[in-house]
Design a protein around this ligand. Structure first.
Ligand code: GAP
Length: 514
């Protein structure tokens, strides 16, 4: 199965099993907007809890807030979003399809890496066990040729992005002979800038109404509350403010399911530091955030950092945490050193002094900011991509299992009476009553036990508990483990403690060493 086929199956699975639905589907959906179903919302809430607790509970110097989506319009002038929150767009005149010029070039660059990898794979086959990949990469003329071309284009691309040179972006597209995936032609328009913010009107009449924006990032709600939190919380530098909330961007090229949406959710933490210490904290947060991702156990090699070619208008250093999705390594999270750009500009635009008084030095200054910013939906897609697994079993059966880490799994336990009589359903309900205050638990009595196991595997439930006639005699049940399919007999009294240990966030948090 190709990665593309795998991804298609994953998207279909998300819908079939109540994780993600297209928004307003009965009206044929709305582009790049999605709803989360009964299982999706549980997974999403667990992801948010993993993030929130790791920030706010495990750091004494980080507190949370929940700011409004609507903000004073001046916010977005001060933040630079009115002037600079643009994507470079290009249209293909034959297909009439619109693309992001930078994405077309990035895809071309990624293809060069794939070409190199193919050369390496071919050589490995040819040379067998004696193959030395490092030496081959360093000496193969074909690899050198592709790499040189890629590096030259990459250098031009980075320069054009940083200079916002739209004509040069177009020229790179032409020089690389990039074609429209729909029409297959190179009949491109000029490249234009397009602002990504959604706007609406505030007030009951159009006259005198104020244009306001739906926030394109949650961060600004934190910046404008910096003084409120610092003063009321008596916070001392360095300290952080965390927030989870919706953000909106009028993405023109919405792709890859919930990877790029027009309405999405962010988990952002702004860490305020003394000027001059920001690079130290930027590196610290890179390590902390990478450890958070890796603790989920999806394989360390599936993550990497990717430094930005073009720094956003507010940043002096920026990197992405990328995950190896079925469609390649792509950004899940950004870690940005934002200098004093935001607080400094809000001070300028509002006319209010936004400074920190350092009791040690007796000085006042505008703090610098290091932010960690991750999309809930992208994290959701990461978990689903990593967890989705099709397996052939020893008896010839097949199963689809979601190997979601137990703490994040939507349902922790499915309780199943072997038959719908003889007091077994009643006993199963008793067990549920004993677990339901602490865990999401479900009851299932329909179909054979085997079919019920498959249903729970497909939504990632870590434990199935079967109640049978022996349960009535000796108070034990069969616990079947999702990943290994191993079964064990345990006492009903021991169930709560076992589920608590296996599904707790404690297990994950311990790995973070915070
Ligand atoms: N405050 C900084 C900021 O917003 P960003 O790199 O534009 O930085 C941060 O966004 C994260 O938000 C991304 O790494 C991604 O996970 C998520 N994100 C951004 N745009 C998104 C979109 N259109 N759909 C889904 N997630 C998105």
């Amino acid at each position: 199965m190709t990665q593309e086929e795998l991804f298609k199956k994953l998207v279909a699975h998300c819908k079939e099993y109540g994780f993600v639905f297209p928004s307003s589907e009965i009206y044929d959906g709305l582009g790049a907007v999605y709803d989360y179903g009964q299982n999706g919302v549980e997974l999403k809430n667990n992801i948010k809890r993993y993030w929130w607790d790791s920030m706010v509970k495990l750091h004494e110097n980080i507190v949370g807030i929940d700011a409004a989506i609507f903000m004073h319009p001046k916010t977005w002038e001060a933040s630079g979003h009115v002037g600079a929150f643009n994507d470079p767009l290009i249209d293909n005149k034959d297909s009439k399809k619109r693309y992001r010029a930078d994405v077309l070039i990035e895809d071309w660059l990624a293809k060069q890496d794939e070409k190199i990898q193919k050369e390496v794979d071919k050589a490995r086959k040819r040379f067998g066990e004696a193959f030395d990949e490092e030496q081959y990469r360093a000496t193969s003329p074909r690899v050198a040729e592709i790499a040189a071309k890629r590096d030259a284009v990459h250098a031009r691309f980075a320069e054009a992005l940083n200079a916002s040179d739209l004509a040069e972006l177009r020229q790179i597209i032409l020089d690389c002979e990039i074609v429209c995936p729909i029409s297959g032609t190179r009949n491109w328009t000029e490249v234009r800038q397009f602002n990504l913010m959604f706007s609406t009107q505030m007030g009951s009449t159009a006259e005198g109404a104020n244009t306001i924006y739906l926030r394109p990032e949650t961060a600004q709600g934190i910046f404008v509350n910096f003084l409120n939190v610092q003063k009321t919380g008596r916070m001392k530098l360095p300290f952080g403010i965390a927030q989870i909330g919706k953000a909106f961007r009028n993405e023109i090229v919405a792709r890859q399911f919930i990877f790029r949406m027009r309405e999405f959710e962010q988990m952002e933490m702004q860490f305020f530091v003394k000027p001059g210490t920001e690079m130290h904290w930027w590196n610290e947060w890179k390590n902390t955030r990478m450890a958070w991702h890796r603790a989920l156990g999806f394989g360390d090699d599936n993550y990497r950092f990717h430094d930005h070619d073009k720094l956003a208008h507010y940043a002096n250093a920026a990197t992405d945490v990328e995950y190896n999705f079925p469609f390649g390594f792509k950004e899940v999270e950004g870690i940005h050193s934002r200098t004093d750009f935001d607080l400094g500009n809000h001070q300028k635009f509002s006319g209010k002094k936004i400074q920190y008084f350092d009791p040690e030095s007796g000085e006042s200054f505008v703090p610098y900011v290091v932010e960690t910013s991750i999309g809930v939906d992208r994290m959701f897609l990461q978990v689903m991509s990593a967890a989705y697994c099709e397996e052939k079993l020893e008896n010839g059966d097949e199963r689809v299992v979601l190997r979601i880490p137990a703490a994040l799994a939507p349902t922790k336990v499915a309780v199943m009476p072997l038959v719908k009589k003889d007091g077994l359903p009643e006993k199963a309900r008793e067990i549920i009553d004993n677990l339901k205050y602490d865990f999401v638990v479900t009851y299932d009595e329909k179909d054979s036990i085997g079919k019920r196991y498959r249903r729970q595997d497909a939504v990632g439930t870590p434990f199935c508990v079967t109640v049978d006639h022996q349960t009535l005699e000796d108070g034990t049940v069969t616990v079947r483990h999702r990943d290994t399919m191993a079964q064990e007999r345990i006492a009903i009294e021991a169930l709560h403690a076992m589920v608590d240990e296996e599904c707790s966030f404690r297990k994950l948090f311990r790995k973070l060493n915070l």
